[in-house]
Write a protein that binds this ligand. Structure first.
Ligand code: SF4
Ligand code: SF4
Length: 155
């Protein structure tokens, strides 16, 4: 009985594989051989890490700081992002430079970040964005995941 169940499940798996093979081959043939555009496309395998899957524009990736034309960060140290952050992972220090308040330290602890994007939404200066396109960030220690955006900006 057990052997029959294994045999049944194996056949089921092979049928699913065959279905994907036939459907994908059909759409690839239509799209690339006959140049017929269809709404549905055949599945594509990306050769990661050499070839990366394109990101949607609204995808949230690693934070980056925006800078003004004069090279100063747009961040004015209002702390709205710090207040909005549910993970308590932003540290901002601001000082008066040439008569205006400007962030001199802006640290994001990516170990704790939930990538919710609340910090971006809260910022009145459009100083912080999550469109760097970087998703493959790694490190050997948690310290390497603490980013100072004014020193090591992502874009
Ligand atoms: S994305 Fe969310 S969790 Fe991450 S720093 Fe911004 S507000 Fe905090
Ligand atoms: S990044 Fe924006 S919200 Fe956060 S402290 Fe700077 S100006 Fe304020």
């Amino acid at each position: 009985m057990k052997g029959f169940l294994y045999f049944f499940e194996t056949i089921k798996g092979l049928l699913i594989t065959a279905k994907h093979l036939i459907v994908n081959s059909f759409f690839h043939t239509l799209n690339y051989v006959f140049r017929i555009k269809t709404k549905r496309k055949g599945s594509v395998t990306y050769q990661y890490p050499e070839e990366k899957k394109p990101l949607y524009p609204r995808d949230r990736t690693l934070h980056r700081m925006m800078f003004r034309d004069d090279g100063k960060p747009r961040c004015v140290g209002c702390m709205l992002c710090v207040t909005a952050c549910p993970s308590d992972c932003i540290y901002v220090k601001a000082e008066e430079v040439d008569g205006e308040k400007i962030a001199t330290t802006f640290v994001v602890n990516v170990n704790r970040c939930a990538f919710c994007g609340y910090c971006v939404e809260a910022c009145p200066e459009d100083a912080i964005r999550m469109d760097s396109g970087k998703l493959d960030f790694v490190g050997y220690s948690t310290n390497e995941m603490i980013l100072n955006l004014l020193k090591n900006n992502q874009k």
